[in-house]
Design a protein around this ligand. Sequence first.
Ligand code: TPP
Ligand code: MG
Length: 582
Amino acid sequence: MSAAGAPANGGDRVAAVLQAHSVNTLFTLCGGHISPILVAAKARGIQVVDTRHEATAVFAADASARLTGVPGVAAVTAGPGLTNTVTALKNAQLAQSPLVLLGGAAPTALQGRGALQDIDQRPLVAPHVKGIWRVRRVMDLAPVLVEAFAVAREGVPGPVFVECPVDLLYDEKSIRQWYADASGKGTSIPDRLLRWYLNRHADRMFAGSSVAAAGDPRRVDEPSASDSSLQRATEALAHAERPLIIIGSQALARAGNAAGLATAVAQLGVPTYLSGMARGLLGTASPLQMRHARREALRAADCVLLAGVPCDFRLDYGRHIRRTATLIAANRSAKDARLNRRPAIALIGDAGEAIVRLAQTLGDRARRAEWIAQLQTRDAAREAEIDAGAARAGGHVNPMAFFRTLDRAAGANAVFVADGGDFVATASYILRPRGPLAWLDPGAFGTLGVGAGFALGVARARPGDEIWLIWGDGASGYGLAEFDTFVRHGIPVIAIVGNDAGWTQIARDQVKTLHDDVGTVLARTAYHEVARGFGAEGIEVKKDSEIAPALQRARELAAAGRPVLVNVWLDKTDFREGSLSM
Ligand SMILES: Cc1ncc(C[n+]2csc(CCOP(=O)(O)OP(=O)(O)O)c2C)c(N)n1
Ligand SMILES: [Mg+2]
């Protein structure tokens, strides 16, 4: 702190705002442009978690935001540091996850003059964020960041980007000295002009910076559906014979309200499918939760409430909802509420809050015992099919048997992170997330490579929870190097690699339709040895009989603080035959 109480430098101004927003972790990969932010964050007690790829840092910030509702924060260096984040930023945007990305930039006086890593960052980032700010004065750092945090959270949440040029982050004396050295001691008129120019430039940059800047969060109003639309939804549901609710990630935008939402669904007594971050909302054994044959249920339903779920590819573009059914769409985004199907009733606002209010106005007037029983019977039949599939023995491990065993083995505080193709799709049918916000998948962008970063974010948001990273062998390649990060930071992730020696989800259709597996074949790589190389534990599982002991051992190691990779040799199965995502 300076005499006037202002932060020592711009880096500390940034760190002070993070602290005021209850950010406990800064995910990063270092670079000279952002050093003052990292050092100041550490000095203020914020844990700096340094990763091996900038995408990991942003995926981690995304996961942390999803679990806490507080925007996650990542800091990356200028140029290549930023370009490396684009996939993760886009993923967060489509998943409507609020995060703040801090990027370095070349010194303000040198931008556009061939400085190291000096590129125009705006056009790279702008299409993927809700807001972008390029700070030009030290005194603006804090207010801009406060605004960035609020924009990330309000309305439809999403990522934002704040560019902080390096010369705003160091203290005034050093920067003036640096500019003085750069402009030399020459006495010619151009030399003197340059010194005058740089001096004036520094005056502008540091104007007003002797005063401390407030970093307190700005209030964010939560959007709320109108009373009249809610009344109409209440009536529609009360008169329905076969009502159905589908709850998606956006309904959990306010992470802290999950328990209230679960209670409301139980009060309504309407059969419910859960997707994305809503999986696990009703625990593992709710009689209202249906897990299978969603398409058939949608075809039969006469009133469908989509809560935070757009009619995109994941819902077959709304094709399976009857034309005669009353469609109710609760969504923070008016556009998403109308995507591909115009709802009869649009509840524009927080979808979770809408369900809570519906439970108050409707009570259990939409509970239909016979309809619930009908869906339960179909669900049970599918579970029996899975049991039969899981009982088939092959040369190596049966993925269905594997996930049935994992479902029994995982602890009550398990969080599942899903990153891959067929292997994780099988997991999503069989694993039962223990509670709300205990299942993470990429979301609508469907990118591979989220796993290691998500696991890292979960570890920081839910210290002490048991983290299972369900990885396809293909997908694991994007993040294996983060085992180094897990080891250095003592983060006991349990990674399960479904080793089918291939990019199977793609191979399945490519071979069938084009009769060639080119580009889809991998080796039975010893991924557990790779983890050992990074200093973690590695376990290999080649037969069904080895599954349970391996999982128990992995849990023990994780409980003792050790990251583990379990490399599981899979059999080919036809479980996912016929499913094609486009
Ligand atoms: C970044 C990215 N690249 C490529 C794809 C296309 N893709 C979807 S599923 C898949 C195969 C995944 O293979 P693996 O992780 O081994 O899982 P498996 O299907 O074999 O169980 C691929 C390549 C993608 N979704 N994201
Ligand atoms: Mg594979």
